[in-house]
Ligand binder design. Structure first.
Ligand code: DX5
Ligand code: ZN
Length: 217
């Protein structure tokens, strides 16, 4: 596992009337991924964007589209998100009874597979699946909204996931700034999602770089 930290700015904090331009801004800011929060108003009490938005954003950037599905029954949609240009597809373990088949559907499309756990979901639930996926997303806020306060117990959960598997991508999402990012990296995280701290920063490129930590562990 290399020590590289991937930064995936969350579009949720961007201007939805300019999604294409926001994708370009993130790419110019030096991020590797773009975090696309898909919400259905059922799994979470908010609604954002869906399949066609991903298809149209695909045309606007060479960044990898990191699609975070906060939707019920993700198994019904993962193949279409893959066809529309998603590179990483992460679904919530709490959102489906068909975890194994959802993993397989994403793999069959040649995309990276992520499983996300909400703050109250213990890391142990990942045990049956952790060897078959590419990434775990540890939520550090209740999913549904940006600009929430980081939940510090996510630090311990990151460490637990790292102890379960040394070579898996560990993404953390919610309430993260540069200081918190360093603590997460020290605990084993290597994919950092941030919306507010990137989009509200005076210089997006500096904010993105600062989320990579100081390069030491
Ligand atoms: C929340 C989303 C997060 C959120 C992060 O449900 O999954 O990606 O947009 O935004 P900040 O960094 O503002 O907490
Ligand atoms: Zn997210």
């Amino acid at each position: 596992m290399n020590n590289k930290v991937i930064v995936s700015p969350s579009l949720l904090s961007g201007d939805f009337a300019q999604l294409g331009a926001e994708c370009k801004r993130i790419e110019e800011g030096g991020a590797e991924w773009i975090h696309c929060d898909v919400m259905d108003g059922v799994f979470v009490p908010n609604i954002t964007f869906g399949l066609k938005a991903i298809k149209d954003m695909r045309k606007c950037t060479s960044c990898k589209l990191d699609v975070h599905l906060m939707i019920v029954h993700p198994e019904k949609y993962v193949e279409q998100f893959a066809d529309n240009g998603a590179d990483i597809i992460t679904f919530h373990i709490e959102a489906t009874d068909n975890v194994r088949s959802t993993i397989q559907l994403i793999k069959n499309k040649g995309k990276l597979v992520g499983i996300s756990i909400k703050p109250d979901t213990p890391v142990d639930v990942l045990a049956p699946y952790i060897d078959y996926i590419d990434m775990v997303l540890v939520m550090s806020v209740q999913p549904g909204f940006g600009a929430q306060k980081f939940l510090p117990f996510a630090l311990q959960k990151v460490k637990q996931v790292r102890d379960m598997r040394s070579d898996i991508l560990i993404q953390v999402d919610g309430g993260i700034n540069a200081d918190i990012a360093q603590q997460l990296i020290d605990n084993g995280a290597n994919v950092i999602v941030a919306g507010t701290s990137v989009f509200k920063a005076p210089d997006m490129a500096v904010a993105i770089q600062q989320l990579r930590g100081n390069g030491t562990k």
